[in-house]
Design a protein around this ligand. Structure first.
Ligand code: HEC
Ligand code: HEC
Length: 189
């Protein structure tokens, strides 16, 4: 997977350097489609769904990736090539697209009940809102790729993703099994 992505980065590197001067939002967004999907379905489960994600959240992630507050071998480089206005336009553009159904299976009953117990003790829906649909700078989680959810929550827990102190502290109190159950449950909503 890593190799495929790295090869792809080399491929899109030239187009990315043109992002800042690209004329239309479609041209800017074309670079993103190579990984986040032509029709909103990412090309790999490690890549999050961007279509229909919340505008404020998308913008903040691009900003944090450019600043280095959030780090990723591929996205950091991509965000580094974006100006603030590009980030704002891209955030608006992708947030207005329909969320794509990844057709992930619903969690089985024991997994769902473990996840719901954790979620109510941690008040996940208090912030991510009912049905995990998010709003503004709070990301939508419902139906997000399970592989990505597991990866990013594990990274909050280890501190590898440290751009939100609250999520880091909160997830530290839960076990690997809890995080896995949450990922499966939320992905299947
Ligand atoms: C070469 C593949 C690739 C390309 C091209 C790419 N992305 Fe990404 N993107 C990723 C991966 C992989 C992640 C997951 C990062 C992580 O695990 O922390 C990601 C994560 C993100 C996130 C964070 C989403 C979240 O739920 O936290 C945003 C926002 C984003 N990308 C926007 C963009 C935009 C806008 C473009 C085009 C300018 C773009 N990406 C181009 C691979 C790519
Ligand atoms: C106090 C509010 C709050 C609570 C409670 C909370 N979150 Fe979050 N969560 C956030 C915010 C804000 C972000 C965006 C962080 C950022 O900007 O990087 C976030 C980000 C996330 C992400 C990253 C999404 C992505 O696309 O990368 C996941 C996954 C997540 N939360 C899961 C959970 C789960 C599961 C719970 C309950 C165990 C929970 N959160 C509880 C506020 C909260």
């Amino acid at each position: 997977m890593r190799l495929v992505l790295i090869a792809f980065v080399a491929m899109v590197a030239s187009s990315i350097s043109h992002v800042a001067v690209a004329q239309s939002i479609e041209e800017k967004a074309a670079v993103c489609a190579g990984c986040h999907g032509e029709n909103g379905k990412p090309v790999s489960p490690e890549i999050p769904v961007l279509w229909g994600q919340k505008e404020g959240y998308i913008y903040l992630q691009l900003r944090d990736l450019k600043r280095g507050d959030r780090k990723h071998e591929i996205m950091s480089g991509i965000a580094a090539g974006l100006e603030k206005t590009d980030m704002q336009e891209l955030a608006k553009y992708f947030s207005e697209k329909p969320w794509i159904n990844l057709q992930q299976k619903s969690a089985d009953a024991p997994t769902a009940s473990q996840a719901q117990q954790v979620a109510s003790s941690a008040q996940c829906e208090g912030c991510h809102l009912s049905g995990y649909l998010g709003d503004s700078t709070i990301p939508r989680l419902a139906g997000q790729s399970e592989t990505y959810l597991l990866k990013t929550m594990s990274e909050f827990r280890s501190g590898a993703r440290a751009n939100n102190a609250w999520m880091v502290t909160l997830l530290k109190s839960y076990s690997d099994s809890d995080i896995a159950a949450l990922s499966k449950y939320i992905a299947g909503l």
